[in-house]
Design a binder for this molecule. Structure first.
Ligand code: NAD
Length: 293
């Protein structure tokens, strides 16, 4: 069984690291948050005091960090993964970052005699806990096959989607669809409530028809109840929509609804909701409708 360094034990990383331990991997975790490795140690993993310690003597290093600059500094920085990992180590970045960042890391890893995969995920905290994530993987096919047992311990839909950076492009498409769908569920709730129709019953029947979706099933009730504890923070989805629009410009395509949803996400963020779950797009619809509660 591989020894896996795991850097970034947050909402997603902590349950993912637990699942690797459960699957029998030797997991050595590091995260910036004080006390952030306690859970992993209780689950049977090991704590590392630094990126260097989580990188040395491993077969693979997984990063699950907030944003592109975090991944760049942790992997490529002066005291980063590339400086300390053994030749042949596989770097698997599972964060959502810019495709350019994934390509940069793959090239630098190759130059240093290591290999890298971009393997962002979808399925949220629940998917991470249940080891039911969708994992979209970019990089060399042989490296993907090498890492397959790792992915199988974390997810249920595991697809190699192309060369380095492709996983992040697919993830951008995912975030576009999720943001747009949440916005429309929010608008549906506001319409139902303002029209005097029981919104719970309304959503129940929507869920059984063509309007049904995983977003509606997983988030509808919490949105109705105005429960916005993350889950997935607006700040992170705002970051992801920046990646979507950047990718659209690079690919020279127009994504008009994506542009609009990015503006709406920006607006709820500026209204002070950045730390809340993205279901809080509902508050933006209420705000636009003069229905602030
Ligand atoms: P989070 O903020 O909860 O966790 C990030 C962790 O990284 C924190 O524990 C932080 O201490 C640690 N960290 C940050 N910089 C570090 C550094 N330099 N060295 C060591 N540790 C460092 O974020 P999250 O919700 O777990 O998301 C992680 C990534 O996964 C993001 O890119 C996000 O977009 C993506 N993602 C999140 C979800 C979700 O539902 N939360 C779903 C899919 C993908």
């Amino acid at each position: 069984m591989w020894t896996i360094g795991f850097i970034g034990l947050g909402v997603m990383g902590a349950p993912m690291a637990d699942n690797l331990v459960k699957a029998g991997f030797d997991v050595v975790g590091h995260t910036r948050r004080p006390g952030g490795t306690d859970r992993l140690v209780a689950a049977g993993g090991r704590a590392a005091g630094s990126v260097a310690e989580a990188s040395r003597g491993t077969d693979a290093v997984i990063t699950m960090l907030p944003d592109s600059p975090d991944v760049t500094s942790v992997v490529l920085g002066a005291d980063g993964v590339l400086m300390h990992a053994d030749p042949g180590t596989l770097i698997i970045d599972m964060s959502t970052v810019r495709p350019q960042t994934a390509r940069l890391i793959a090239a630098a890893a190759g130059d240093a005699g290591l290999a890298a995969l971009d393997a962002p995920v979808s399925g949220g905290e629940q998917g991470a806990i249940e080891a039911a994530l969708s994992i979209m993987v970019g990089g060399a096919l042989a490296d993907f096959e090498r890492a397959r047992p790792v992915f199988e311990a974390l997810g249920s839909t595991i697809v190699h989607v192309g060369p380095a950076g492709s996983g992040q492009i697919v993830k951008a498409a995912n975030q576009l669809v999720v943001a747009g769908t949440i916005e429309l569920v929010a608008e549906a709730i506001v319409l139902l409530e303002a029209s005097g129709v029981d919104p719970g019953r309304g959503l129940e029947v929507l869920g059984g028809g063509l309007a049904g979706s995983t977003v509606l099933a997983r988030k509808g009730t919490a949105m109705l109840d105005r429960r916005f504890k993350p889950g997935f923070r607006v700040d992170l989805h705002h970051k992801d929509l920046g990646i979507v629009l950047d990718a659209a410009r690079t690919a020279k395509v127009a994504l008009p609804v994506g542009e609009l949803v990015a503006q709406l996400m920006e607006a709820v963020r500026e209204l002070g909701n950045g730390h809340l779950d993205h279901g809080v797009l509902l508050r933006g619809v209420e705000h636009l409708s003069g229905l602030n509660r």
